[in-house]
Design a protein around this ligand. Structure first.
Ligand SMILES: [Zn+2]
Length: 545
């Protein structure tokens, strides 16, 4: 730890002493009761927009109410209704046809291509030239300019998935998420993505196909149109190697040559115009639904700091009822989501209960946010971040809880995003008295920082971390077992060997963390020169590293 941090640490410790003396008791039984209710079969997997999800939302609101919290939703309610469009592939499913020097080749959705068309159009049918644009990234700070010298106006751009090897994973993941905007800025009307060899190994095509029937969910703008970061991109999709080879037929450089270059460190193949054209066809069946975020506020008691908010968030939705790949006809189809994320909500509820009951009130105000639509692409949190129920500038920090693994006695935690802001310093100090360590990100290559609800706060400039139980003390094995056998399956339910004491301990850790953030005189801050701070929060204060 560096010197500057030690200064911060000692001032934090002094503020923590107060909170510690009054740390409430956390009960394993209470924790279990929340998880048991929320992951019951009767809630049918809490799918966004489903009756089971609505019941779960009422449960959370009812708990908030019983703790004496203030409703933090719209019109004095506990809820913020998120208007959504659910879009499903219609007609024959749609297709991508490559028209090359040697003729036409049509690929229908869910064989060698995963088609996607604009959710703003009921029917898409257009033909356009194809231009390969490398990774399709433009980022001055990293010297990436994949569109340099290429004319893509009115074209469908073909790009490699991901980002050049050797780029920091979190920044890389962010660049990956902004490719649509970049393509649109250059005048492209479609995007076709091709896997790198590396990604193909991690995520084979059979896995990709498991998602071929999943609808798209997008929140609705005031004009009733589904929100899109790149509304002028009309269609495209993700294609596998056999389809990509057709797209590259007759090109000046072969697909395999390009993918070999991408496999090397910093390999960033240059773009060029492809000889083929493409026709993209597809129908979209749109359905309008709503699903609530559930929000409670605990007002702070410091005359100055009470106008600032610390947000503790967790997603309430899960995957609902759906077919299980390769399962028997009579197999369990309810995705109960006991750990993903009834356990995160149980933690949130227990922290809310304890914070409301504490004799020493927090200095800043606290917001407890149970989000919808996380499994549909973080849409509930995105809606909240775009339409916050308190001014976003007054939200000083966010801790998100998603799928804490509680099948072992955890002794460390990981805060994804720890390198970017001081939030993790508060985490580290707050849990130290419990003999819990803050460990570094064990899987930086996964870019987890950009993959849960807190990231929607980051995009609005709020320093945030995503907190997980760590790999020490049996955690590594437990995570491996969970990820390979239980994650996003109907087996993530109450039959898992959940350690309820670990649940209570995780709740206490999060109580201490939330209190540390709420009680510290200095708010959490982005580090000077941090990429995410600079991109999203140019006006917010900075901390020295
Ligand atoms: Zn999940």
């Amino acid at each position: 730890m560096k010197k500057q941090c030690l200064v911060l640490v000692s001032s934090l410790l002094s503020t923590l002493t107060l909170a510690q003396s009054a740390t409430p008791v956390f009960s394993p039984d209470q924790f279990r009761a929340h998880v048991a209710f929320l992951s019951d079969d009767l809630l049918e997997g809490r799918d966004t927009g489903s009756r089971g999800n609505e019941i779960a939302a009422r449960y959370v609101a009812s708990q908030f109410d019983s703790y004496g919290l203030k409703p933090g939703g719209t019109n004095g309610s506990w809820f913020q209704q998120v208007p959504l469009q659910k879009s499903t592939r219609g007609g024959d499913g749609g297709s991508i046809t490559f028209i090359g020097p040697k003729g036409e080749r049509k690929f229908v959705h869910a064989d060698n291509v995963m088609l996607s068309t604009s959710v703003r159009e009921a029917r898409v049918d257009f033909e356009a030239p194809l231009v390969f644009v490398g990774y399709g990234i433009e980022d001055k700070r990293f010297g990436l300019d994949d569109y340099k010298g290429l004319d893509v106006k009115g074209a469908v751009v073909v790009m490699l998935r991901g980002y050049p090897k050797g780029l920091p994973s979190e920044e890389g993941a962010h660049m990956g998420a902004t490719k649509g905007k970049t393509a649109q800025k250059h005048g492209a009307i479609g995007i076709i993505t091709v896997a790198t060899r590396q990604f193909e190994r991690v995520f084979p095509w059979e896995r990709v196909l498991e998602y071929s029937k999943d609808p798209d969910y997008d929140w609705l703008e005031a004009d009733g149109k589904p929100h899109s970061e790149s509304p002028l991109i009309r269609g495209g999709g993700y294609i596998n190697k056999p389809a990509a080879e057709v797209a590259f037929a007759g090109a000046k450089r072969s697909l395999e040559d390009i993918r070999a270059e991408a496999d090397k460190a910093k390999g960033a193949p240059r773009g060029f115009k492809l000889p083929s054209r493409v026709r993209i066809q597809g129908d979209n069946v749109a359905e309008k639904i709503t699903s609530p975020n559930v929000i409670a506020i605990l007002p702070g008691n410091d005359p100055v700091l009470a106008g600032e908010y610390v947000v503790l968030s967790a997603h309430l939705d899960h995957l609902g009822i759906k077919d299980v790949p390769n399962a028997a006809a009579d197999a369990d189809r309810i995705y109960n989501g006991a750990l993903d994320n009834a356990a995160g909500i149980a933690t949130l509820l227990e922290v809310a209960r304890a914070a409301a009951a504490a004799p020493d009130k927090p200095r800043r105000s606290m917001i407890f946010l149970a989000c919808t639509g996380e499994e549909k692409g973080l849409v509930g949190a995105d809606y909240y971040a775009n339409f916050p129920t308190v001014p976003i500038e007054q939200i000083v920090g966010n801790v998100d809880l998603d799928m804490p693994l509680l099948t072992y006695e955890f002794t460390d935690v990981v805060a994804f995003g720890a390198d970017h802001s001081t939030v993790a310093k508060y985490v580290e100090q707050a849990v130290a008295p419990m003999n819990i360590k803050l460990s570094p990100d064990p899987m930086p290559e996964q870019g987890i920082f950009t993959r849960s609800d807190h990231y929607q706060f980051v995009r609005k400039g709020v320093p945030a971390v995503f907190l997980m139980t760590g790999l020490a003390n049996g955690g590594e094995k437990a995570w491996e077992v969970f990820q390979t056998q239980f994650y996003h399956t109907p087996k993530d339910d109450m039959s898992l060997p959940i350690n309820w004491k670990a649940g209570a301990k995780f709740a206490e850790a999060n109580y201490r963390i939330t209190r540390a953030l709420a009680d510290s005189t200095t708010p959490p801050m982005w580090y000077q020169g941090d990429y995410f701070g600079d991109v999203f929060a140019p006006k917010r204060p900075r901390a020295k590293r």
